[in-house]
Write a protein that binds this ligand. Structure first.
Ligand code: UDX
Length: 458
């Protein structure tokens, strides 16, 4: 099929590249010329496992193009994805300006005689499909001076559940595919597009092998509103699960229980499940915070106070700063103390700093007049470019960051950190204080080595 994807960010680029790999002809449309050039040269503009290999392969087949010219891409496409950013505004509602611009461009690029399924893949507020429809009509009217013919296009919702760091894997081997369309022909077209994934009939790429016992992928076919709501409900539930684990960790600490064992103990109940119960410095990333705020905003718009969701948010806010409280417990004043931070990205496997707990921790430490040294295996360039005014020291390696440090705080569970022996850490620090925000190390071993070790919930 001929597919256009507006927005060559995380979701758009990965979706486009995977669809091209499956045999579709895909044009990525992005306003950023440099990004387009990079993609055409086979260089991924983001750090994502397997993406470089995938781009090199599909580029060689001419099935993937990238352009800044929307109209050509639109005219000949059967399916057009909108996967542009929807960054949060100050009040928690998402900024739909990029969606608006994409929809206008789509309306202007369509030609009569064809039929288009326009798919919201960006996470947009419940009911946005209606807005997108109107904006597309505006685009068409601006070009042709009339209303678009009936049956020229329909807007569908197909939310995305990929995680950063395993984005290609999640796209090829999803737990489910959600299709929200109010017209049968659109539903049929989307089903055809995803058929290789639904049936798992494609040849698995060497760098992203198919997991064992992978059967056909369940497809939820529903109305647009329910599809939009599934995305929000999924992210709200996952972030609530983590905030729940963090709340349990705080209670475990007080009564003297071990959160790791407690969560293992509840996770074996198949009604609960073992995933997303890892207590730590709180959740971050480009989706959870933004989507939770948007859902809370929507609920309030309709006069409903979503108390559970607000608590999920509150618990997370406090959890991020728990490591700073731990430092104050150990060091008392933090003025002039040098604190080493390991890990900046919101989770391992990505250089993404969006809503990263590390940023909250750095902000709080600087506010308390501590001196901060940071190290991350992949996010160093990002922090320097995105936050050039931060008054912090950057290290070339994890161990170098410990030079002259009064304490170490671990914020991201990169494998690299786990491989460093605790004895080495103890020797390198001025004072052997280790605040383990991700429960990476064995508390007993740490204490045996004389380290003043503080984990989360144990
Ligand atoms: C998330 C959703 O998982 C994905 O389905 C959606 O499409 C986008 O948002 P992502 O942001 O890539 O994906 O990260 P994810 O792996 O879900 O982790 C989110 C945050 O939760 C990270 O900061 C991570 O450290 C934290 N987390 C996760 C925990 O603190 N504990 C856990 O048990 C799991």
């Amino acid at each position: 099929m001929n597919v256009a994807v507006f927005g060559a960010g995380y979701v758009g680029l990965v979706t486009g590249a995977v669809l091209a790999e499956l045999g579709h002809r895909v044009v990525l449309v992005d306003v950023n010329e440099q990004k387009v050039e990079h993609i055409m040269a086979g260089i991924p503009p983001i750090f994502e496992q397997g993406l470089s290999e995938l781009l090199t392969r599909v580029r060689g087949t001419d099935r993937l193009q990238a352009t800044t010219q929307a109209s050509q891409a639109v005219a000949s496409s059967e399916i057009i994805f909108i996967a542009v950013g929807t960054p949060p505004l100050a009040d928690g509602s998402p900024n739909l300006e990029y969606v608006h611009q994409a929809a206008l461009a789509i309306g202007q690029g369509m030609v009569s005689g064809a039929s288009y399924v326009i798919v919201n893949k960006a996470t947009v507020p419940i009911g946005s499909a209606n807005l997108v429809e109107l904006w597309i009509e505006d685009g068409w009217s601006a070009r042709y001076g009339t209303k678009p013919p009936a049956d020229l296009f329909t807007v569908a919702s197909n939310p995305e559940f990929l995680r950063e760091g395993s984005a290609i894997h999640d796209t090829l081997y999803p737990d489910r595919i959600v299709l929200g369309a109010d017209e049968t022909w659109a539903m049929d077209r989307l089903t055809t597009l995803y058929q290789p994934i639904i049936a798992q009939s494609f040849v698995a790429p060497p760098e992203t092998p198919r997991p064992q016992d992978r059967g056909p992928v369940p497809v939820i076919k529903t109305d647009r509103l329910s599809a939009e709501m599934i995305k929000y409900a999924a992210n709200a539930f996952l972030s609530t699960k983590i905030s729940f684990a963090n709340e349990m960790a705080n209670i475990c600490e007080r009564v003297g229980a071990d959160i790791q064992t407690v969560m293992h103990g509840i996770g074996l109940d198949t009604r609960i499940g073992p995933k997303f119960l890892q207590a730590g410095v709180g959740w971050g990333g480009s989706c959870f915070g933004k989507d939770l705020s948007a859902l809370i905003y929507t609920a309030k718009e309709y006069g409903y106070q979503p108390r559970l969701l607000e608590s999920t948010q509150e618990v997370n806010k406090d959890q991020r700063l728990l490591v700073v409280k731990r430092l104050q417990d150990e060091l008392k004043t933090l003025k002039g103390r040098r604190i080493a931070l390991w890990g900046l990205s919101f989770k391992p496997g990505t250089d993404d700093l969006r809503d990263a707990p590390a940023l909250s921790v750095i902000g709080e430490l600087l506010r308390l007049n501590a001196r901060v040294t940071v190290y991350d295996p992949v996010a160093m360039t990002n922090i320097q470019q995105q936050y050039p005014d931060l008054d912090i020291r950057y290290s070339e390696s994890a161990l170098e960051a410990l030079d002259g440090a009064d304490a170490l705080v671990v914020l991201t569970e990169w494998d690299e950190f786990q491989r460093i022996p605790l004895a080495t850490i103890a020797q390198a620090l001025t004072q052997p204080i280790l605040i383990d925000g991700r429960n990476l190390y064995d508390p007993k071993e740490a204490r045996h080595l004389g380290i003043r070790y503080r984990g989360i919930g144990r």
